[in-house]
Design a protein around this ligand. Structure first.
Ligand SMILES: [Zn+2]
Length: 309
């Protein structure tokens, strides 16, 4: 399995806790149990509660990286596809470092280079606030606004450096700008289908089709508000989104983006160790083993291979 989004690093820093074993949705032992190949670890920055986003992001990264180093018998950082393959060959899991909230760059290209050097390979361009890069889709206030000129430059620079552009949370207009300006596949690391569950965080049919043409992927988000609008995250609702995205955008566009340790609803699939529940549900619905492999890791692996140079 490759999971494109979790907020575990935020919890680790907040509670000065351990990545190897904890009572969160994700720890290394649960990842092993769930058959994890790679996990994208987001460093989430809440712009309204931090005064120095770059500094705070650096602190979170530092804590998370120290945890990864402490557990190098199980996991290592993959900064490119070759490093991912090497870790696989050594029987270890891969961590891909990410930032959720491009505001951490504080509007400076030099900070993209800085975080690249720190190992970051994916940036979720916005969270739920406007920033120097673009606008969020929350509440549809900025729905059709595109990327800023800095945002367009940033996407091009991320393409050049071999970094993943993540459009989850971004305005619809910003999404279309990423499609327009990126010459690499983009990702929606943790977004579902808007036709199945009407929510600003989900993607319309047209967006899903454009994402497929771009060679990009969307990671199924386990938060019930984005699955079916209830307070209980159900596996059958995940399957509904997967079936729908398959039908609209094809089998190569679906991946997983749990949002574990960020989701605050009750979960039928309680941790990353329990992902077989989703596999079994897909199997019962007639998905082949090959299709399940594509959802669980092959599609994400393809994008990592193409983008992380
Ligand atoms: Zn998010």
């Amino acid at each position: 399995m490759i999971d494109l989004h979790c907020d575990t690093f935020m919890k680790l820093l907040d509670e000065k806790s351990e990545l190897r074993k904890n009572d969160y949705h994700i720890d290394l032992l649960k990842m092993l149990e769930g058959g994890s190949k790679a996990q994208v670890f987001a460093n989430f920055i809440h712009m309204e509660s931090v005064s120095e986003p770059k500094k705070h992001c650096t602190e979170m990264l530092k804590y998370g990286k120290a945890q990864l180093e402490k557990n190098d018998d199980l996991i290592g950082i993959a900064r490119n596809f070759k490093e991912y393959e090497t870790l696989q060959a050594e029987g270890k899991m891969a961590a891909i470092l990410a930032i959720e909230e491009g505001g951490a760059l504080e509007g400076k290209m030099e900070n993209l280079h800085y975080f690249y050097e720190e190992g970051v390979r994916l940036i979720t361009l916005t969270w739920n606030y406007p920033n120097e890069i673009g606008y969020p889709n929350a509440g549809y206030t900025h729905k059709d606004k595109g990327l800023t000129p800095f945002g367009i430059d940033l996407v091009r620079e991320m393409n050049k450096k071999g970094m993943l552009v993540d459009v989850s949370h971004l305005s619809d207009g910003g999404f279309y700008d990423c499609i327009k300006y990126s010459n690499q596949p983009i990702v929606a690391s943790h977004s579902n289908a808007r036709a199945v569950c009407e929510h600003t965080r989900n993607l319309t049919d047209d967006m899903l089709k454009k994402l497929a043409e771009n060679g990009g992927i969307t990671g199924i988000n386990y938060l019930s508000a984005f699955l079916d609008g209830t307070n209980f995250s159900k596996v059958e609702s995940m399957v509904k989104h997967i079936e729908y995205i398959k039908q609209v955008a094809g089998m190569d566009t679906v991946a997983l983006g749990s949002d574990f340790d960020g989701v605050d609803c009750e979960l039928e699939m309680p941790t990353i160790a329990h992902v077989d529940m989703l596999k079994n549900a897909l199997n019962i619905k007639g998905f082949t083993c090959e299709e399940i492999d594509r959802i669980f890791f092959k599609n994400a692996e393809r994008v990592l291979r193409e983008v992380l140079k």
